[in-house]
Write a protein that binds this ligand. Structure first.
Ligand code: G6P
Ligand code: FE2
Length: 192
């Protein structure tokens, strides 16, 4: 975490320019390429090939300057590119909040889905512009682009929530979202 990101901020408004894909003022930004998603797609060989064939950007995250520290309420906008890897829809890594804290997403543009898993049950919430998706404490979450255009959503989350990526690598997400003839199709996480 940069020192800039950890600084307290005054009351403020933050402007989102959708066509430019910017927040102002802006905090840290993050770009995740295919190589950053190791171990997450069911078809490892297809993932490796995609990395070798140009390692495309799968999603990016722009953040407001509100710091990720306890009692603050940071926000970020994530944009997932459309695409599939061996039929599996492009998605975020997915994470659990170590101390089980809730979070909300607001669909901004494109069509997506919010896959949630509490270790036993899986839930899917379809996200279109204007949908508020709620993740209760203890539900790991992953976002998926189910359309042909970039899918963007706003996230608002407790500053102390943290990101546990190891939990998803260990437990999976219950289901995988594949591109189907009539849209999205689900298979068990462990299915090959
Ligand atoms: O952290 P990932 O699973 O890669 O998801 C990407 C991002 O999605 C949302 O914007 C969350 O609020 C971010 O905290 C998260 O980093
Ligand atoms: Fe989260």
């Amino acid at each position: 975490m940069s020192q800039y990101h950890a600084l307290p901020v005054p009351p403020m408004s933050i402007r989102f320019d959708q066509s430019a894909g910017t927040l102002s003022p802006e905090g840290p930004t993050l770009t995740r390429r295919m190589s950053d998603l190791e171990g997450l797609f069911r078809d490892h060989a297809a993932w490796q090939k995609a990395v070798a064939d140009g390692d495309p950007v799968v999603y990016s995250v722009i953040s407001s300057p509100v710091p990720e520290i306890d009692r603050e309420l940071p926000q970020s906008i994530t944009t997932i590119q459309p695409g599939t890897t061996a039929g599996e829809l492009w998605m975020t890594k997915g994470h659990q909040h170590p101390n089980h804290q809730g979070e909300i997403y607001l669909g901004i543009s494109g069509r997506g889905g919010l896959l949630m898993f509490d270790g036993t049950e899986t839930r899917w919430v379809e996200m279109t512009p204007g949908t508020i998706g709620y993740m209760p404490p203890g539900w790991a979450h992953r976002s998926v682009n189910i359309g042909d255009e970039p899918y963007s959503f706003l996230a608002v989350y407790p500053g102390g929530a943290g990101h546990d990526y190891g939990w998803v690598l260990e437990h999976g997400m219950g289901l995988r979202a594949l591109s189907g003839t009539d849209g999205v199709e689900f298979v068990d996480y462990v299915e090959g």
